[in-house]
Design a protein around this ligand. Structure first.
Ligand code: COA
Length: 332
């Protein structure tokens, strides 16, 4: 059976935080942020908004785009790095808000690669015949985990949500190959140390800002610049395709220079890589789905196009999917 993406949606909070706003908050400059990261502005959720809220908005748009309703969905997988709380899963909060009755829902914690892991996982349930339609969401509000006095991290991230609906498509279309990888050896390079059972919240953890993102920027940069081309090559090999077959590479948006380095290593035209980091920063698990949704809404994806989704992030994790777009039996 062939499984593909039959609907896409995304949601960005309305509040914009520009580099110029950040200049007033930390010792940084628009010039530094733009040239070192490619980011001009990012979106931030309002205080009374949670990631289940933005996840629901993205999910509703993906369902609408698929021509489906929540009652048609058999499973929800929500990828995130900023769960609304430790327990219950954010996916269960989303399930309730979407008005789903008892369909299973679980969270996928795989760093910024979460969407790739979740698409790969969701597709397996359809391929085995267990479920027909799976809603995959990537939603993050990492603004809630930033130390707004740390210029090395607070300029990088933004909030947002993206969603895809997976379903059966015509033979030959849909997901052609998947590639997933992880190395816990790099776990300390990018993390939020406190708030879990290993280091519950204490006055000390709060004072030391251990609930905020800690990152070895240079090391993560090197890892990402290696992981992106490696996953791209590996997933293409599994699909028996080459870069020449790919219409668009839709990479996780973390730093424009990571994408430049990766494109050079791959020897691929930089225009083949989709970029929207200037507007949203690093939206973590949401970034690939947001970029896919924007491409689709701009009518830039056509039936039969080969898309390569590729991500990397905390864990360390990385991975990719190759998808032949279209072949939707009912909806497209
Ligand atoms: N504004 C101004 N200066 C800043 C700054 C900021 N926002 N952040 C760091 N700097 C300074 C540093 O303090 C350092 O100053 P120093 O030389 O006086 O010590 C200088 O800029 C260079 O820092 P460096 O860390 O070498 O910069 P960089 O070019 O490596 O860029 C990152 C830093 C974080 C942008 C980059 O390493 C990166 O993007 N890493 C990957 C991050 C990532 O993708 N994370 C998520 C993965 S999912």
């Amino acid at each position: 059976m062939s499984v593909g993406i039959v609907g896409v949606g995304s949601y960005l909070p309305h509040k914009i935080l520009t580099n110029f706003d950040l200049e007033k908050m930390v010792d940084t400059s628009n010039e530094w942020i733009r040239t070192r990261t490619g980011i001009s502005e990012r979106r931030i959720v309002d205080d009374d908004v949670n990631i289940s809220d933005i996840a629901v908005e993205a999910a509703k748009k993906a369902l609408l785009n698929a021509g489906l309703e929540i009652k048609d969905i058999d499973l929800i997988i929500l990828a995130t790095c900023s769960p609304e709380m430790v327990m219950p899963s954010t996916s269960c909060l989303v399930q309730k808000k979407l008005g789903a009755k008892t369909i299973p829902a679980f969270d996928m914690l795989a760093g910024c690669t979460g969407l790739i892991y979740a698409i790969t996982t969701g597709a397996q349930f359809i391929e085995t015949g267990m479920y027909k339609k799976v809603l995959v969401i990537g939603a993050d509000a990492l603004s809630r985990h930033l130390d707004w006095t740390d210029r090395a991290t607070c300029v990088l991230f933004g909030d947002g949500a993206g969603a895809v609906v997976l379903g059966e498509v015509e033979d030959g279309y849909g997901i052609l190959s998947n590639y997933l990888a992880a190395t816990g050896a790099g776990a300390e390079l990018l993390r939020i140390p406190a708030g879990g059972s290993g280091m519950p919240a204490t006055e000390e953890s709060f004072e030391k800002k251990l609930h905020c993102i800690q990152m070895s920027g240079g090391e993560v940069f090197k890892f990402a610049s290696r992981a992106l081309p490696q996953a791209t090559k590996a997933v293409l090999k599994r699909a028996n395709l080459t870069l020449a077959d790919v219409k668009y590479i839709i990479p996780h948006q973390a730093n424009i220079r990571i994408l430049e380095t990766a494109a050079k290593k791959l020897g691929v035209d930089f225009n083949k890589l989709i970029k929207n980091i200037d507007k949203y920063g690093n939206t973590s698990t949401a970034s690939i789905a947001i970029a896919l949704d924007e491409l689709q809404r701009a009518n830039k994806i056509h039936e039969g196009d080969i898309l390569l989704l590729v991500g990397f992030g905390a864990g360390l994790t990385w991975g990719a999917n190759v998808i032949k777009w279209g072949g939707n039996k009912k909806n497209r």
